[in-house]
Design a protein around this ligand. Structure first.
Ligand SMILES: NCc1[nH]cc(CCC(=O)O)c1CC(=O)O
Ligand SMILES: [Mg+2]
Length: 336
């Protein structure tokens, strides 16, 4: 066999040549097993108090906290691009925070007012509201805390139920408990049904890990825990079987959609959850995953668009049906 003169190379008797199917762009499109479409995307957005405010989040370039007036404009644009759903997170001013997160179920609170306004202005967009106390508590934890610093489960669930009901009352489409207290899906489902909100869905953050990838999000909300960490309620990164257990419990309690979070470091979990349920699976491409791609792209170290598409495609391939991603708007533009 001569490398200098390939034409003299004797053909081998390879009957299977996978490269045949990769020869042209058309063939590659035909053979593609996984597709990413704008229908898969859920856009997380941050709302703040005030008017005329659009404040970039330092560790999430290209992501902003919007006051309601500008948020509505942005959502109208996002909807025009074909994005079906947004996940809403509030930035709560310090003077509204307390130890027990009472502002979270204020019928005239920031989230409640925002949902009302969105439903009036852009009724076709699916609104998903976060159910967790961390944006509302002075200590930054997702639950009530006792004098020893223990995060209390059942008393927290009672507050989460009030919060979910207050969101249902203003017309949210899905409540999305992101707190990881035990039993909150069942308690919320029962309360929603009892109050007649049978069509309000639950997107359960079922397998949510205690992850360092949430750092930029906590900057965005100014919600980093003031003491300790979230390891007594969010999951240990080392565990996979436990994720299936958490998913099974949430399904039994009434979840409509289950979530794995974060996404990129947990593709194996998405894949295993796919085998375990017929429900739709959402993957959360979290703030740290976003920040890493943005930072490398800003330095010219990676091809940003290709890396985004490759990352999100891997989540679909692993088994996710829906992806919460701060890249949603950019991706919608790419897929146009
Ligand atoms: N209930 C808190 C919450 N809801 C969504 C995120 C993270 C989202 C992201 O990093 O993009 C977090 C952070 C946390 O658990 O501390
Ligand atoms: Mg659970």
């Amino acid at each position: 066999m001569s490398l200098e003169n390939p034409s003299t190379t004797k053909p081998s008797n390879l009957f299977q040549r996978p490269r045949r199917l990769r020869r042209t762009a058309t063939l590659r499109r035909m053979m593609r097993e996984t597709t990413l479409t704008v229908d898969d995307l859920i856009y997380p957005m941050f709302v703040m108090e005030g008017e005329g405010q659009k404040v970039e989040i330092a560790s999430m370039p290209g992501c902003y906290r919007y006051s309601l007036d500008l948020l509505l404009k942005e959502i109208a644009e996002v909807s025009q691009l074909g994005i079906n759903a947004i996940a809403l997170f509030p930035v709560i001013s310090e003077n509204k925070k307390d130890n027990t997160g009472t502002e979270s179920y204020n019928p005239e609170g920031l989230v409640q007012q925002t949902v009302k306004a969105i439903k009036q202005a852009i009724p076709e967009i699916v609104v998903i509201t976060d159910v967790a106390l961390d944006p509302f508590t002075t200590h930054g934890h997702d639950g009530l805390v006792d004098e020893n610093g223990t995060i209390l489960n059942d008393p927290t669930v009672e507050v989460l139920v009030k919060m979910a009901l207050s969101q249902a009352a203003v017309g949210t489409d899905f409540v999305a408990p992101s707190d990881m207290m035990d039993g909150r899906i069942g308690a919320i489902r029962q309360a929603l049904d009892a109050e007649g909100y049978i069509n309000v869905g639950i997107l359960a953050y079922s397998a949510k890990y205690a992850s360092a990838y949430y750092g930029p999000f906590r900057d965005a909300l100014d919600s980093a825990p003031k003491f300790g960490d979230k390891k007594t309620y969010q999951m240990d990164a080392a565990n996979a079987r436990e994720a299936i257990k958490e998913v099974e419990l949430d399904i039994a309690e009434g979840a409509d959609i289950v979530m794995v979070k974060p996404a990129l470091a947990y593709l194996d979990i998405i894949h295993q959850v796919r085998q375990a349920t017929q429900l739709p699976i959402a993957a959360y491409n979290v703030s740290g995953e976003y920040a890493m791609i943005k930072a490398a792209a800003q330095r010219g170290w990676i091809d940003e668009k290709q890396v985004i598409l490759e990352s999100l495609t891997s989540m679909k391939r692993a088994g996710a049906d829906l992806i919460l991603t701060y890249f949603a708007k950019e991706v919608a533009l790419m897929l146009l």
